[in-house]
Ligand binder design. Sequence first.
Ligand SMILES: NC(=O)c1ccc[n+]([C@@H]2O[C@H](COP(=O)([O-])OP(=O)(O)OC[C@H]3O[C@@H](n4cnc5c(N)ncnc54)[C@H](O)[C@@H]3O)[C@@H](O)[C@H]2O)c1
Length: 284
Amino acid sequence: MLRVGVLGAAGRMGRTACAAVSADPDLELVAAIDPAAGAGHGGDLEGLVVAADVSALKEAGAEVAVDFTVASAALANATWCAAHGVHLVMGTTGLDEAAVARLRQEFEEGEANCVMAPNFAIGAVLMMRFAELAAPWFDSAEIIELHHDGKLDAPSGTAALTARRVSAAVENARLSGGSGGSRGHVGGHVGSPRGLADSGDELSLSEAPGTRGSETAPGVRVHSVRLRGLVAHQEVLLGAAGQVLTIRHDSLDRASFMPGVILAVKKVPELRGFTIGLERLLGL
Ligand SMILES: NC(=O)c1ccc[n+]([C@@H]2O[C@H](COP(=O)([O-])OP(=O)(O)OC[C@H]3O[C@@H](n4cnc5c(N)ncnc54)[C@H](O)[C@@H]3O)[C@@H](O)[C@H]2O)c1
């Protein structure tokens, strides 16, 4: 049995992670850590000793920690794990590039390993991969991401990453000479009225500000919808003459993230150093 501690155990994702770890016959939940637990948020954690500080991982003998906290706390938690030989599955988002670089160095130099993913939903990981594979064959790509109205950042990290990967896949296909034949030209037409001009259509420049989304990566625009009732959804639309391919993923519940979290928990002890994303774990 792999001994697991959850950081942010009283939060929305942390509670779901505690339940998923407890339900897995190969895992044992040994620590549930959250400074807010004493403030009445720990009701779902009955029967567990809920500690406020990451150091409780050591007392509990945790081999793997799962972090769903806040960016400001996640870096210190991760540094503690790296220094104390506890493997880490990092789900918290919002860490800047410098923080990620520091974590990479700490886990590559230390004894413990870390898997970090902006999206643990396996369907979302596959959506990004499928979009990347398909994009070089199309002329236009746009992304619509739709989230609950409590989400503060836009575009979502998943949409920004998808846009970068689609754009890079098209560029790589071009550089490797694969952009001829029936391949498309995402970025050549995308998000710009020039595409219309090229095709001989009437050129109109009367766009109201904001109506065309934002060009998050070269040639790929992202449109962000914030609506009460939604959870986390994304569509990648790929267009060519006479056809549209739509790749859509819906997270309808936080349970959608758990198979990816559990997979990472089980694999992280053997994934030496620092791993970003689930692609390697899924063999993609
Ligand atoms: N990677 C993914 O697939 C994925 C999916 C959903 C959400 N998230 C991210 O997970 C994070 C948590 O989301 P949430 O909706 O559960 O938030 P939440 O606000 O419900 O929970 C965060 C919890 O962390 C606790 N916390 C703060 N500092 C702590 C510390 N030092 N040690 C331990 N616990 C601490 C808070 O008290 C709170 O209970 C966010 O960054 C969110 O973007 C990631």
